[in-house]
Design a binder for this molecule. Structure first.
Ligand SMILES: [Zn+2]
Length: 122
């Protein structure tokens, strides 16, 4: 997915602090990661996105205003970033091929997303 960075919207300071604090509690190290709201995600129905073209940035849908709702999706994309960091560009691209992506990349990301959702609801 190609993200148009001109569609990025800055988080409010309150949102930024919320993500940083909550992710810290969940064991997600957000150091060096910048989170943007992106208007393009609203159009294509995605809630959050990691782009290997912008590996130090995570994008969340601009229409979803509730931060507690967005956290599990941020956790999901955080896993994709961690996968990218450990695999490197070429291996990640190979693993991202649609035929097997479900097993190579998504299984771990959805497991962590579900875990975070469970923790937040408990
Ligand atoms: Zn995913």
């Amino acid at each position: 997915m190609i993200l148009k960075t001109k569609l990025n919207v800055e988080l409010t300071e309150e949102e930024r602090l919320y993500i940083f604090r909550k992710c810290g509690q969940l064991g997600i190290n957000m150091e060096g990661i910048r989170v943007w709201r992106n208007k393009g995600l609203s159009w294509n129905g995605a809630v959050a996105c990691f782009s290997l073209l912008h590996p130090n940035e995570l994008f969340i849908c601009n229409d979803q205003k509730s931060m507690p709702h967005l956290l599990p999706y941020i956790a999901h994309e955080y896993i994709h970033r961690a996968q990218f960091k450990s695999m490197g560009f070429l291996r990640y691209c190979f693993c991202a091929f649609p035929l097997w992506r479900k097993w190579t990349l998504e299984k771990e990301a959805y497991a962590f997303e579900d875990k975070v959702r469970d923790i937040l609801m408990s």
